[in-house]
Design a protein. Structure first.
Ligand SMILES: NC(=O)c1ccc[n+]([C@@H]2O[C@H](COP(=O)([O-])OP(=O)(O)OC[C@H]3O[C@@H](n4cnc5c(N)ncnc54)[C@H](OP(=O)(O)O)[C@@H]3O)[C@@H](O)[C@H]2O)c1
Length: 345
């Protein structure tokens, strides 16, 4: 058993971590923080966790995080970077669900996130936690940068094509839609029911913070800088991301069987399901699970490949992937705590 702390236990990714960790056979939850709700039983705020989590929220200062084996930060950007060095020095392994350690170029990170980085040295050693790409490096990570939700869906969808070099890497297009829980639990006007329900809109067309993260991952996969147009949308669902990805087939190449390419790339991956040719994956087919379901199409045999990639933003897009990374880091079965059948309807 390892001792695990969660900083930010009152948020959406925090409560999702608690749901998954409370049934993990090798994890003992020892500290769950909230600055505003310290002293309140966790199960009072989240009755879904009654008889599963007996702890009370504590302040981050009282949490004795240095006594944990691993600490998850389910906090806004800019929090983990201030505490990670001290924890790492105490032998604690840090998993950040925010973006503090995701972008290797610190100047680029500072530009997109609008703050000075507090721990650039740790950025250099942090491992980007997309297991389907970095499994070996994740095993020894002391600081783990858990990928963003859109970046997970988009990268998993594009990777087989980009790695094989069969599409024009200068003109990738990712059209992605997210449920409202992607914005977190804090009160904001745009996530109120009358604002978000029964409506549909794009946002961040000029540049979303996940753009440099996706570009970094796909550029590494391509072995060169890729060109990407990324347009996120807010859709009136609670959970789920649906990414529709477009790539132009390079002229004059011998195109492999695309279905076989995807099946081979993800053979043996527990959490990536390449669906049968012609499929249209639905977000509800992955709801509450750590799965990414993918389908690859070539409409009318033309020069454009269309990939459909769906995840639950709170699970494979956040807490589930973070637990998957914990499992790899501590040598547990990668599926421990994550063997969940999606909820339908
Ligand atoms: N929602 C998603 O789908 C999703 C997906 C991937 C990644 N992420 C990332 O995961 C992180 C958490 O997202 P979320 O949606 O769970 O956010 P959230 O619902 O707004 O929750 C944020 C949590 O952080 C805590 N917190 C805020 N400021 C803090 C501080 N200064 N020190 C300590 N704790 C603090 C809050 O607790 P108290 O105020 O009670 O202390 C709360 O529990 C974000 O960085 C987000 O970008 C989210």
């Amino acid at each position: 058993m390892i001792k695990v702390g969660v900083v930010g236990g009152t948020g959406y990714t925090g409560v999702e971590l608690l749901r998954l960790l409370s049934r993990h056979p090798q994890v003992e939850l020892t500290a769950i923080t909230s600055r505003g709700e310290a002293g309140m039983p966790v199960a009072e705020m989240f009755p879904s966790l009654r008889r599963r989590v007996d702890l009370k929220f504590v302040t981050p200062q009282d949490a004795q995080l240095e006594k944990c084996d691993a600490v998850f930060f389910a906090t806004p950007n800019g929090i983990a970077m201030k505490q990670a060095a001290e924890l790492v020095a105490a032998g604690v392994r840090v998993i950040d669900l925010a973006a503090d350690f995701r972008i290797r170029d610190v100047a680029e990170w500072q530009k997109w996130y609008g703050m000075e980085h507090a721990a650039p040295a740790l950025v250099a050693e942090a491992v980007y936690g997309l297991p389907e790409v970095n499994r070996e490096q994740i095993r020894n990570a002391r600081v783990l940068a858990n990928p963003g939700c859109y970046p997970t869906a988009v990268q998993l969808g594009f990777l087989p094509l980009v790695e094989a070099g069969v599409i024009d890497a200068d003109h990738l297009i990712a059209d992605a839609k997210s449920g409202v829980s992607g914005a977190g639990r804090k009160a904001e006007v745009h996530t109120l029911l009358p604002e978000a329900a029964d409506s549909f809109k794009a946002y961040g067309v000029a540049g979303h913070r996940h753009l440099p993260e996706i570009r970094q991952g796909l550029s590494l996969a391509a072995g060169r800088t890729v060109g990407l147009t990324f347009v996120p949308h807010l859709t009136p669902m609670i959970r789920g991301i649906h990414a529709t990805l477009y790539g132009r087939i390079k002229p004059g190449i011998e195109l492999p069987d695309l279905q076989a390419l995807f099946e081979k790339r993800y053979a043996g991956e527990a959490f990536v399901d390449v669906m049968p040719a012609g499929s249209h994956p639905e977000t509800r087919s992955v709801r509450a699970s750590n799965l990414c379901r993918i389908a690859v199409h070539r409409p009318q045999g033309g020069d454009t490949v269309v990939v459909l990639s769906v995840i639950d933003n709170l699970v494979k897009g956040a807490a589930g992937q973070a637990v998957q990374n914990l499992n790899i880091m501590f040598g547990f079965d990668e599926e421990a705590g994550l063997d969940i059948v999606p909820v339908s309807p």
